[in-house]
Design a protein around this ligand. Structure first.
Ligand SMILES: NC(=O)c1ccc[n+]([C@@H]2O[C@H](COP(=O)([O-])OP(=O)(O)OC[C@H]3O[C@@H](n4cnc5c(N)ncnc54)[C@H](OP(=O)(O)O)[C@@H]3O)[C@@H](O)[C@H]2O)c1
Length: 281
């Protein structure tokens, strides 16, 4: 049984690939630039661009299960190709933004909803994973922290319940290797709501030094973050953060239900990734 892992260079995809390979499954890894993929020996590598249907057939040949990143353009064609290739289960990495009160007007939510809708219209057996904010988003602060500069951010008191990418991968691997999660939509969060300021305080404590925060106005954030983030994504994030100021994020017990152990905390994530924030001599 070959499992295709798309986004095999991605934070979640790489972890899913490792889990399946270590457990002895036959895995195929894909990327838009396969030459840049580094995979364990024996893992088949294919080029797959989810926006380019001409790459679908070769990537899907002989595949029974797929771990899929959400790409709206080409999603319908991908599911038709997967159906034609005999795929029996798709595990989609979607987003909890689709559950937000303003989902219909939120560009990030819409991007994921298009793929979810195409998947349910395809009649392919599926499991939809809807994580909230990733713990790894904190890496966006690493440059400033390493340089000893203030972390500049809008809405520092906005809450999220950061979910560890290892937990998302554990749930994805469980879905891909069993039958019990077929047909389920799973919302994944970390175990605790924390504001951005509280996440930074955890990092500061572990690093043993202060991390100053400089609060940006919305306009300053649009100007600064707009340089490296597509405008629709930024609009969506700013709206989510503005709505989450002083409002603890809800948490789900999905990680515990699926894996039998509690979700990893932000503190654990920070401890494992502290090197990314430590000053370089
Ligand atoms: N960050 C969050 O807080 C958050 C919250 C909820 C949901 N999500 C979901 O999780 C995703 C990010 O996951 P991550 O952190 O693992 O991602 P990541 O590390 O940024 O990697 C993204 C992966 O997507 C692949 N990809 C991008 N465009 C593609 C295309 N056209 N065709 C095929 N593959 C493509 C890339 O593969 P190649 O470059 O190798 O082709 C790459 O491996 C988001 O896009 C969103 O859907 C994120």
């Amino acid at each position: 049984m070959t499992v295709l892992v798309t986004g095999a260079r991605g934070g979640v995809g790489r972890r899913v690939l490792d889990r399946l390979h270590t457990a002895g499954h036959t895995v195929r890894a894909s990327s838009r630039t396969p030459a840049e993929l580094s995979v364990p020996a024996g893992v088949d590598v294919r080029r797959l661009d989810l926006n380019s249907p001409d790459t679908f057939e070769a990537a899907l040949h002989g595949v029974v299960k797929v771990f899929l990143y959400a790409e709206a353009e080409g999603a319908k064609e991908f599911f038709a190709a997967a159906h034609g290739a005999g795929v029996r289960h798709i595990v989609l990495l979607s987003s909890s933004t689709v559950e937000g009160p303003d989902a219909a007007a939120d560009p990030l939510a819409r991007h994921h909803a298009v793929v979810e809708d195409a998947l349910s219209a395809s009649a392919l057996p599926s499991t939809v994973l809807r994580p909230g904010a990733f713990a790894g988003n904190a890496l966006g602060w690493s440059h400033a922290i390493r340089a000893g500069q203030p972390v500049e951010l809008p809405y520092p008191d906005a809450h999220t319940a950061p979910v560890h990418e290892d937990d998302i991968a554990d749930v994805a691997a469980a879905a891909l290797t069993g039958e019990t999660l077929i047909g389920r939509t799973l919302t994944l969060t970390g175990p605790r709501s924390l504001t951005f300021r509280e996440q930074l305080a955890v990092l500061a404590e572990l690093l043993g030094r202060e991390i100053p925060v400089r609060e940006l106005t919305r306009e300053q954030a649009v100007e600064g973050m707009g340089r490296f983030m597509p405008a629709p994504v930024l609009t969506s994030l700013l709206a989510q953060w503005a709505a989450a100021v002083g409002k603890p994020a809800g948490t789900t017990g999905t990680v515990r239900d699926v894996t039998g152990r509690p979700g990893r905390t932000f503190r654990q994530w920070a401890g494992e990734n502290l090197g990314a924030f430590a000053a370089q001599d």
